[in-house]
Design a protein. Structure first.
Length: 225
């Protein structure tokens, strides 16, 4: 029922019937009414208020809102509140309307997306001369450079260990060699030469390592994009 056409009559006399209400409204306003709701209270007696529907509810309210007499009682008319079933129906219609609008928006979005794809690919045909890009190509390159860096580090570490072992062989710490000042002067030059050689080898390894690390950093930046 449309709540805008629903009217509530209050302060009805005891034992009032639907016929009396219909005749009262028709005689005072000239408007026929329908769907009269007149029930019983908790004590089993007729309620002192009733609801009904009619066309031209605004005119009926203007006439009856000032009060009309019926069997020594003054009856007043008020706009009726929306019935709970009407509110449920309105909520359902609103939800269905929102779902339909959302469905239309999605259909329009996917239609526009599909059309853009067809326009960009000449009817949906991908260029055959261009092979699809390998998804794991960057990851394999990253793993290869990382393996090269690790191998270079291992080689540099092994070379440094061999040089240290050559300078300090096993058991040399327990021996007490006897030498003179002349021996010290004579052995200082070869020792310095061997040290410089080891240092130059480590520098080359570090340079190679730094170059690979620079490549790895550049590849990381490319993967982030």
């Amino acid at each position: 029922m449309d709540p805008s056409k629903r009217i509530c009559l209050k302060n009805l006399p005891e034992g009032c019937t639907k016929r009396e209400i219909a005749e009262l409204v028709r005689n005072r306003t000239g408007t026929p009414i329908h769907s009269i709701d007149l029930g019983l209270d908790a004590d089993g007696k007729t309620r002192r208020y009733a609801h009904f529907s009619c066309e031209g509810a605004k005119h009926v309210l203007e006439v009856l809102s000032a009060g009309v007499s019926l069997r020594d009682s003054t009856i007043y008319a008020h706009p009726a509140k929306a019935h709970y079933s009407f509110r449920y129906a309105e909520a359902r219609r609103k939800r269905e309307r929102e779902e339909a609008e959302e469905k239309e928006r999605l259909e329009a979005f996917w239609a526009a997306t599909r059309q853009r794809f067809l326009d960009r690919t000449n009817g949906g045909e991908l260029p055959k001369s261009k092979t699809p890009k390998d998804f794991y190509a960057s990851k394999r390159r990253y793993a290869r450079i990382a393996a090269e860096i690790a191998q270079t580090s291992r080689n540099a570490h092994a070379a440094a260990g061999d040089a240290a072992y050559a300078e300090h062989p096993r058991g040399a710490a327990h021996a007490t060699p006897s030498f003179s000042g002349a021996d010290c002067g004579a052995n200082s030059a070869p020792r310095a030469a061997s040290k410089n050689h080891a240092t130059s080898g480590g520098g080359d390894a570090n340079a190679a390592k730094n170059g690979l690390q620079a490549k790895l950093a550049a590849l990381k930046e490319k993967l982030k994009k």
